[in-house]
Design a protein around this ligand. Sequence first.
Ligand SMILES: C[S@@+](CC[C@H](N)C(=O)[O-])C[C@H]1O[C@@H](n2cnc3c(N)ncnc32)[C@H](O)[C@@H]1O
Length: 255
Amino acid sequence: MSSTDNSPNPDDLGELPSGRRLQSVFDDGLDYPRLGNVTFRRGTLTDNQQRLWNEHWPRLGRVLADEMIDTDEWFGRSAPTILEIGSGTGTSTAAMAVQEPDVNVIAVELYKPGLAKLLGAAVRGGIDNIRMIRGDGIEVLNRMIAPGSLAGVRIFFPDPWPKARHHKRRIIQSGPLHLIASRLKPGGVLHVATDHADYAEWISELVDVEPQLEYRGWPWPDCPQLVDRQVITKFEGKGLDRDHDITEFLWQRPL
Ligand SMILES: C[S@@+](CC[C@H](N)C(=O)[O-])C[C@H]1O[C@@H](n2cnc3c(N)ncnc32)[C@H](O)[C@@H]1O
């Protein structure tokens, strides 16, 4: 590694779940997020969070790895699985999981304190249908999730990367939509919500870009998956405070 290369050492994978050098190379001609020199979010845990983490993460959590997940084994049952990318502090993740006990929920997040909060909520609330992966959602989908295996994918309030020169970092692009479609089962649902008007417009232009995803718009009363986030999350709340509209998008992989 050269002295100017800030990529994580693969030996550090336990602490740095993803980095530039570890990004997958996609050669399908589609657009994927270019993360550039994004610093992956570290952060410290409180003593109590650290204690819960040490005790429960080995069972409830994983770090990005080149290893397909066996959800039946991980959850101890066979059930439809929904993967959420960018769960933040997990407020809506936990609230939704309670409402859908027959669904396995996998929360993917880069931000360790956010995962620690969700872990605490799951443990304290006895919410047994949540598992967590620390890493980049695109890498997790590509390297850990079997094709055609998910009942749903959720992306709520993804980072809008508002500066024009950062637009290529946005997670909603043709490549991720293609990757998500490939991981959904026939009938599986993708749900995206944003409170950022410019990002909503960007997504609106992409709704038909992926042939394996049928755009269902919003609302879609017969949607086979829970779409009510149950709570106003920190980010959603901020948007509402500023009088921002929330725009929701639903797609389905055709049956
Ligand atoms: C604006 S916050 C929204 C959090 C949460 N969904 C909510 O509604 O409160 C976006 C979150 O996505 C995470 N994130 C951004 N890019 C990601 C990626 N490629 N993979 C996993 N998480 C990501 C960030 O760390 C951040 O916590």
